[in-house]
Write a protein that binds this ligand. Structure first.
Ligand SMILES: Nc1nc2c(ncn2[C@@H]2O[C@H](COP(=O)(O)OP(=O)(O)OP(=O)(O)O)[C@@H](O)[C@H]2O)c(=O)[nH]1
Ligand SMILES: [Mg+2]
Length: 341
């Protein structure tokens, strides 16, 4: 994963405290009384600079992440915001280095306690100016660490639909995913991953998404945008759930309109399923109830059938792209001694 190794981002005070300790320790190891203050300034400059640089390096290159994660980071934090805050840390690192180097150079002629104090104060002031950015990046780090790990190798079924229609109930029933289920909309606020074992130790990845409303893109909230992002980038199949009973609080017409919109933006097959069939079912669709479990096996069977079909298509596709072997094209036989091949 890209995000699980990012260490806690220290606040300005914590960072200065560590740099101080590192510089003091270094001085104790190499006591050179003649240049003690100059060496201390050099050491604290180096330690502070290195710590700031290591923060920048601990974050991934956001623009170069796979599209799903890149857009997710943009949705959650805003790419410009990320760049601005990382840029602030870069600014602080460079300034600490320049100021520290400048002051320590001058200390060759006047190695005084006063200059040493001046350097420490200047460095502390620069790092404090980056304190907001450091705190912000620590919040980012905490969110990134909890993002779901989405595999790009596993066959992926993304479950979508209006809020409160039973998406999470389905995911809980058929996979290892453990999303919260509740009787109010927008219970699921991010993308949640579950797995189901399939043949030959291959797993199917199920992705639960937050509910979507049928409304223009610019009005969609951060929660909805995450759902769309998963649909567009990671789905091999989209399973769209309708609630014909309208117990979810939304009309079936609005739900069907959303279904059509989703179908128009994705390029993978879509399976539409009416849930809560214990209350109301609808002709022309798969019907199921995650409460009574009626119809759930049939829906699963259809998803697996589609998956098989897609695998076969892939094989055919691959075959048609294979170059026809030269020998066959010329009608030559391997065991033909007169053949030039
Ligand atoms: N009667 C009935 N209720 C159901 C069924 N499936 C889910 N529910 C109920 O519908 C409500 C919403 O279920 P969730 O699984 O949280 O729905 P969701 O689509 O994940 O909702 P959001 O995360 O808010 O988008 C809960 O109170 C469930 O108990 C069903 O088959 N029959
Ligand atoms: Mg949910």
């Amino acid at each position: 994963m890209y995000f699980d190794k990012i260490p806690t981002v220290l606040t300005a005070d914590e960072l200065l405290d560590r740099s101080f300790r590192r510089a003091t320790k270094k001085m104790r190891e190499k006591p050179d009384k003649r240049h003690a203050n100059e060496d201390f300034v050099r050491a604290i400059t180096q330690a502070t600079h290195d710590k700031l640089v290591s923060i920048i390096q601990s974050f991934p290159e956001f623009e170069e992440l796979p599209p799903f994660y890149r857009d997710l980071c943009d949705i959650l934090f805003g790419m410009d915001n990320l760049k601005k805050n990382l840029g602030m840390i870069g600014w602080a690192a460079k300034n600490v280095r320049d100021v520290g180097a400048g002051i320590s150079r001058g200390m060759r002629w006047s190695d005084t306690q006063v200059e040493r104090k001046r350097a420490v104060a200047r460095i502390a002031s620069i790092v404090h100016r980056a304190d907001d950015a450091l705190r912000y990046l620590n919040d980012v780090r905490n969110v990134l660490r909890d993002l779901p790990v989405i595999s790009t190798d596993e066959f992926t079924i993304v479950v979508a639909g209006y809020p409160n229609v039973g998406k999470s109930s389905f995911i809980r029933l058929v996979s290892s995913g453990d999303p919260e289920v509740a009787s109010y909309p927008f219970t699921t606020k991010g993308v949640i991953v579950g797995h189901r074992d399939a043949e030959r130790r291959r797993r199917i990845q199920f992705i639960d998404t937050p509910g979507l409303l049928d409304r223009p893109d610019e009005e969609r909230n951060v929660i909805e945008k995450q759902a769309l992002n998963a649909l567009v980038y990671v789905a091999d199949i989209v399973m769209f759930i309708l609630d014909a009973s309208e117990n979810c609080g939304y009309s079936i017409e609005a739900q069907i309109k959303l279904r059509e919109e989703i179908e128009s933006i994705i390029s993978v097959p879509m399976v539409t399923v009416v849930n809560k069939s214990d209350m109301k079912s609808m002709e022309g669709y798969y019907n199921m109830s995650t409460t009574t479990k009626e119809g759930v096996d049939e829906v699963l069977a259809e998803l697996l059938r589609l998956r098989e079909e897609m695998k076969e298509e892939e094989i055919v596709d691959l075959r048609s792209e294979l170059p026809v072997p030269e020998m066959r094209r010329h009608g030559a036989r391997l065991d033909d001694p007169t053949s030039n091949f």
